[in-house]
Design a protein. Structure first.
Lengths: 274, 305
């Protein structure tokens, strides 16, 4: 038997997400770069997947799988895995250090990491294969994955979108972290025809919901109330660097770490949001 | 070879429910149709979407399955190269990437369908294993091994159809070991894949000329049986390598390296495809001849009339 949360506590979700952002900020002071903006962009989505939607077996394991397709957002995954006791404080303190085993992108073999990602456009294909494999079981595990809007530009992603629909993978639940910002500027400027994004997934046979990607309640309800019978895509409108004013929508915060003054300002802003 | 692959995989898949076959709009014939109808949930046709073919295989393997990806060699290895490298090799997953019709077998289809540098490409990736059987019986052995191994990814290089039997009197097949098909003492011929048939014909000519000839199937290209090749270099006065692959990164170049490293004293002749795209639209043998690979072209270069 597995259990799933049948109610959603918005207050607790907000508290967790603040705590995760704060933890990432602390780790940022140990290294020169850690994709902080990309992690803040999908904090609520990852939190909702892990803490509200993924089921738990009696032994504490989950029948469900989380795959971070946008591998550069893995700092939020590491933080949640630490919160769940899958990774340790020492693991995270060793981030990007020669003696550590956590890198900029999630590596297969690391506890809690379902697949190695980092090169964009690989995650959804692997997620499809996992979803197919899970269908062998009487109670199939669900595969949760987060894609960046950047990797939705990869042709390989659309191959997998087509396959998931053709295979009717209703145990595949994906989210696009749609922050409209990539290395060389706005996605909407580089590719005006990228939008409307939700309609493209609908046209490929997916069930789609479009929500504010920082509204935990909306994320939970959209997924918990899905019709099913086909793969599900959450198109989540997000803000890169969400939660820290000077990071929001500024491309450099895709990657760099705050200096001491910036760190203190970020802490103040996060704490004042409590 | 295709038929034997399909038959061997069907036999394995009936015994092991973890075996999946993921194809990209090309399907092996013969018993694969039976497999498809008996186990439809384990046969996936992705259509013309090879990146997805490899990604799905990776996902299946990450969940404990034993998948085979199957299509024409260029499309199974080159098109989804980064998925092969990252998803399969980096994660070291037991997925068999089947490259059908490798080399220049698709001679009249043009260079887009030729796989002339696949051993070099696949062999350059850490964790990748490479097997290129020389005849249908070796395909059966190799397929069976691929279906049961958990070492990591394999690139299984196949021909198409009509290859002669070369191994009925050979030593047993062992992964990673040079396989002796004929035992001699003067000349050793090393080959693999479909062109091993030509190597066997060359061996016949040597025998007719009074020479004692060893013929080897070097079916496992990675890991290469370095000890076995060095032993062949040291126990014969004349060693010949014939392969349907460009000069760089295949068996010929590696044998030369081994000869240098082991200070071999034998004469060593290598015959490969040219490092060149040749626009010849004839039969397979016509294309091989255009590359300098025919019995008539090789014989005078190795001391045979």
């Amino acid at each position: 038997m597995t259990s799933i949360s049948n109610s959603f506590d918005k207050r607790l979700a907000k508290e967790r997400c603040l705590r995760y952002r704060r933890r990432i900020l602390d780790i940022s002071q140990q290294v020169s770069a850690l994709h902080i903006g990309s992690s803040y962009s999908c904090t609520e989505i990852a939190d909702c997947f892990y803490n509200a939607l993924m089921r738990t077996n009696p032994d504490g394991s989950s029948p469900d799988t989380f795959l971070m397709s946008k591998g550069h957002g893995c700092m939020i995954q590491y933080t949640i895995l630490e919160d769940h006791g899958v990774l340790t404080k020492a693991d995270l303190d060793g981030y990007c250090k020669p003696e550590g085993h956590l890198g900029v992108h999630p590596d297969y073999g690391t506890p809690g990491i379902a697949a190695a990602t980092g090169s964009l456009g690989h995650g959804l294909g692997m997620a499809c294969g996992m979803a197919v494999a899970e269908r062998r079981h009487s109670n199939p595990g669900r595969i949760y994955t987060i894609l960046s809007d950047g990797e939705v530009q990869e042709g390989s992603t659309w191959e997998a979108v087509l396959m998931a629909s053709s295979l009717k993978l209703d145990n595949l639940i994906a989210a696009v972290d749609n922050n409209d910002l990539q290395s060389l500027g706005r996605t909407s400027v580089t590719h005006p025809s990228f939008y409307p994004l939700g309609d493209k997934f609908r046209a490929f046979g997916w069930e789609v919901a479009e929500v504010d990607g920082h509204d935990s309640q909306a994320i939970f309800e959209a997924i918990a109330n899905r019709q099913g019978g086909r793969p599900f895509m959450l198109v989540a409108k997000t803000t890169k660097g969400n939660g820290v004013s000077y990071m929001e929508n500024i491309p450099i915060w895709h990657y760099r770490s705050p200096n001491k003054d910036e760190y203190r300002q970020a802490i103040d802003e996060l704490e004042s949001a409590r | 070879m295709r038929n034997m692959f399909a038959e061997a995989l069907y036999q394995e898949a009936t015994k092991n429910s973890d075996i999946y076959i993921v194809v990209a709009d090309i399907s092996p014939v013969g018993n694969m149709a039976k497999f498809t109808s008996e186990y439809p949930e384990r046969f996936i046709n992705v259509g013309v979407a090879e990146q997805s073919m490899i990604g799905i295989c990776a996902g299946l393997a990450l969940k404990g399955c034993q998948p085979f990806a199957y299509t024409i060699a260029t499309f199974s290895l080159y098109r989804p190269f980064e998925m092969v490298r990252d998803d399969l090799c980096y994660q070291n997953l037991p997925v068999t990437v089947v490259g059908m019709g490798a080399g220049v077998i698709y001679s009249d289809h043009g260079g887009t369908h030729h796989t002339m540098e696949d051993i070099a490409v696949a062999g350059a990736i850490p964790n990748m294993q490479i097997i290129a059987p020389c005849d249908p019986a070796e395909v059966t052995e190799a397929t069976r091994w691929c279906a049961r191994q958990k070492n990591g990814p394999v690139y299984l290089r196949l021909g198409k159809a009509g290859e002669p039997d070369l191994t009925s009197k050979a030593d047993p097949w062992m992964f990673g070991k040079l396989r002796r098909l004929r035992k001699g003492s003067d000349v050793a011929i090393l080959s693999y894949g479909v062109i091993a048939g030509m190597a066997a014909e060359l061996a016949d000519k040597f025998t007719a000329a009074g020479k004692s000839v060893s013929l080897y199937s070097c079916h496992t290209l990675k890991p290469l049986d370095r000890e076995g090749i060095v032993a062949a270099l040291k126990s014969h006065d004349h060693v010949i390598v014939i392969e349907e692959h460009v000069p760089q990164g295949g068996l010929a170049s590696q044998t030369k390296q081994l000869a240098w490293d082991s200070q071999a004293k034998c004469r060593l002749d290598t015959f490969t495809l040219k490092d060149e795209f040749i626009h010849n639209f004839g039969r397979h043998t016509d294309m091989l001849t255009a590359h300098g690979l025919s019995l008539g072209q090789i014989s005078p270069q190795v001391g045979l009339g």
